[in-house]
Design a protein around this ligand. Structure first.
Ligand code: MLZ
Length: 265
């Protein structure tokens, strides 16, 4: 697994330190993922978080589930950890006196929702309650420091977990910068975000960790990147805090890594 990228070597090469595991809102021992493709559960609609909807497990990746809301299209899949508080067994919503809602962008007439719901749940394979793990507690203070390495979800390509560096820290937020990319994917998040993981997470969960990008040499989508830059090149590209400061693009601004209106896949 992840043969192409080795954290130990990379940390040495870049002369950097991994963020300590206690900084993260993640289990020290990652939760086991017992879900199977096709199982149904309840999930908060990511585009309308007050709604609880029916979701189907479309894929499994490490400790995460690829989810699709029933009645929605296939363009809005999302990924959740098995210990996310955004997901729960079917029946939870009703038990709490709530009502399951159609997803944002429900493809049928709203009046057909009750019947759609009935048909969806009839004979469905429901994920057992024991598969849902308790969300780990919030770590007390923000203990991240600039320069620390970690693994982070690329929010523009949320199936990807990539090597990253803490670029800035303020109050309860951290700036996540992606190693080897020019800033187009960087973002601010809360220090207790479920999208950031300690070094080694993907190895433990058997999720796929992406290799660092090739930064400046990648200019066009589909352009062939040098497969293995020299150690010196890698060092200068991937350790911006040690070399000349690289101007950081705001995640919203179109850049060379994300031309406007282009999907970033
Ligand atoms: N297909 C995309 C993937 C970029 C992933 C970057 N992750 C930090 C591209 O090559 O632009």
């Amino acid at each position: 697994k992840n043969e192409h990228f080795n954290w130990d070597n990379y940390l040495k090469e870049t002369g950097s330190l991994a963020a300590p595991p206690h900084c993260f809102r993640q289990s020290r021992i990652p939760p086991s993922n017992d879900f199977k493709v096709g199982m149904k559960l309840e999930a908060h609609d990511p585009r309308n978080v007050t709604s609880v909807c029916i979701a189907t497990v479309i894929g499994i990746t490490g400790a995460r589930l690829r989810l699709r809301l029933d009645g929605s299209d296939n363009k809005n899949d999302f990924w959740r950890l098995v210990d996310s508080s955004d997901i729960q067994p079917i029946g939870t919503c009703e038990k709490k006196g709530g009502m399951l809602q159609p997803p944002l962008g429900f493809q049928m007439n709203a009046s057909s929702w009750p019947m759609f719901l009935l048909r969806t749940l009839n004979g469905a394979e429901m994920a057992p309650a024991a598969f849902f793990k308790k969300e780990p507690p919030k770590p007390a203070p923000n203990c991240f420091k600039v320069g620390m390495k970690l693994e982070a979800v690329d929010k523009k390509n949320p199936y990807l977990i990539c090597p990253a560096t803490i670029g800035d820290v303020r109050r309860d937020e951290v700036f996540i910068t992606f190693d080897g990319w020019r800033g187009a994917f960087d973002y601010w998040c809360k220090y207790d975000s479920r999208d950031i993981f300690p070094v080694g997470w993907c190895d433990l969960t058997e999720d796929a960790l992406q290799p660092p990008g090739n930064s400046v040499s990648i200019t066009k989508r589909g352009a062939k990147a040098p497969s293995s830059p020299s150690k010196a090149t890698r060092r200068s590209m991937q350790s911006p805090q040690k070399s000349a400061p690289v101007p950081t693009q705001c995640g919203k601004k179109p850049g060379r890594d994300n031309p406007p209106g282009q999907p970033t896949v």
